[in-house]
Design a protein around this ligand. Structure first.
Ligand code: UDP
Length: 248
């Protein structure tokens, strides 16, 4: 749970943001699926930013349940496997909606693949209206198309919603030149350009997502979601993180 001190609304320059987390971030110490305590902890992180008056979009991956590439490696037809991956993201979105509503945050799940009994279909103007009403909007089912990722979905929806930036919550506090878990001398970037991230395969996001951000001048901010109060701190410009933008 966040223990950050109260912060006035003016402490953040962000009016509307996209938070992208991987499905694996919801696993906690488990090897598969969802850890309810972890989901609840991330919901608190989201609440602490929502309390600042920031409008929040979310995209959650599905890798804790199913990845299309893993399915196709086992012989499944790729597009079918990708649809299974997209369905996995809907499950994660519903789990996050439940955790957010338990702590009093109104939340809408909007799916790129219509499933009317479960959640709303994606209608851009309706999603914007939810945000204006201070509801957290979770975009599920990725882009709705196989061969894409939820990083690309996050960048796409962030552009459509007019978000100031995509915040990518990970297990490390930014972008490194090498894997910091394997190489203790790995160097963290404070700021890196889209082009350098692409050229050096820095593992920020996949190339499609980075290119979409670059072409629309959308900054990507990579930070650690494991740090309690981290998301709120980063929005106020505190803590360690990496900004990926045109200047680098
Ligand atoms: N996926 C897809 N199209 C999209 C988004 C996701 O086909 O627009 C599928 C793809 O199979 C992917 C899976 O959904 O492997 C889960 O998404 P992702 O791998 O991005 O999840 P994360 O790694 O963030 O948990």
């Amino acid at each position: 749970m966040s223990t950050a001190a109260p912060m006035p609304e003016s402490a953040t320059k962000y009016a509307r943001v996209m938070l992208k987390i991987s499905g694996e971030a919801l696993m906690g110490d488990r090897a598969y699926g969802l850890n309810p305590q972890t989901v609840a902890r991330i919901a608190q992180e989201v609440k602490s930013v929502h309390d600042l008056g920031v409008e929040i979009c979310m995209v959650i991956g599905g890798g804790n349940i199913f990845r299309g590439l893993a399915g196709s490696a086992q012989g499944m037809e790729r597009t079918t496997a990708d649809y299974m991956g997209m369905l996995a993201t809907v499950m994660n979105a519903l789990a996050m909606q439940s955790a957010l509503e338990q702590i009093g945050i109104y939340t809408r799940v909007i799916s790129a693949i219509p499933m009317d009994q479960v959640c709303e279909p994606y209608i851009r103007r309706r999603a914007v209206r939810h945000l204006e009403k201070k509801r957290v909007v979770i975009f599920a089912a990725g882009t709705g198309n196989p061969y894409f990722t939820t990083d690309t979905a996050a960048t796409l929806r962030a552009n459509e919603m007019g978000c100031a930036a995509v915040f990518k919550g990970t297990k490390v506090d930014g972008v490194y030149d090498r894997d910091p878990k394997k190489f203790p001398d790995a160097k963290r970037y404070d700021r890196v350009s889209y082009d350098e991230a692409l050229e050096k395969h820095l593992g920020v996001m996949d190339a499609t997502a980075i290119a979409l951000a670059r072409d629309n001048h959308l900054p990507i901010i990579v930070f650690s979601l494991d740090e309690p109060g981290g998301f709120r701190g980063i929005l106020a410009g505190q803590g360690t993180y990496t900004t990926v933008d045109a200047k680098g």
